[in-house]
Write a protein of this length. Sequence first.
Length: 234
Amino acid sequence: MSILVPVSGGPDSLYALKKAVEHGEGVHAFIMQHTCADERGSSPSYERSAAALFVDYFKESIIKVHRYAVHVPYLHWEQGEYTGVYNELRYLEYYMVAPIVNILFDNPDITAVSMGACREEFDMVEDISQHEDYKYDMQTLGVAYRALLDGREIDRFFLTLPAPTKQEIRNYVGEYLWGVSVSCLSQVPSLQSSCGRCTKCKQRAATAYRDDAATWSGPEVGQHRVVNAEMRLT
């Protein structure tokens, strides 16, 4: 048995990756660079390099890294936040179905997918499986996976339910990895920084540092560390 973990560079996918590694089975990492026909253009380089840093950090437990470039026709964009269809469906994940299915077909040892999720995305309900957005998501994408995999059921949130809060993620992954993760819906590529105004940035700012010397593995944290990571890992 092995687990497929989509790694975006954000804290939710970092949580899923660390959970999968600690589960003790083999891990496949999936890094997707998305391009789209709007002003965002493509995944920012520091978002991709954060994902690369996570993969490098846990490389002893990772069997293979799968990289895909996926073109998304458009993203709803308004005041730094995804709107419209994103609120009803994990929009980018919809475009990850085909790559994930390809990976599952080519690697029969993979028996589950560990998708990152946090309670903030589901109105902070304790059990997100009871949230209407989650039910809609599971029904829509569940049908897609079953159709493409000849009826095979896929547990897409293996090890990540019940979903944690952002604070619980920060406590679990430690300050170093938290510091190099990327949480922004309106990143500014020219400044290599987050906007500080969108929903994701506000969720991140609402967390607090916890004295966790045992998980500290770098002298500094911050978005500038991600730029350095890209130079090291590419």
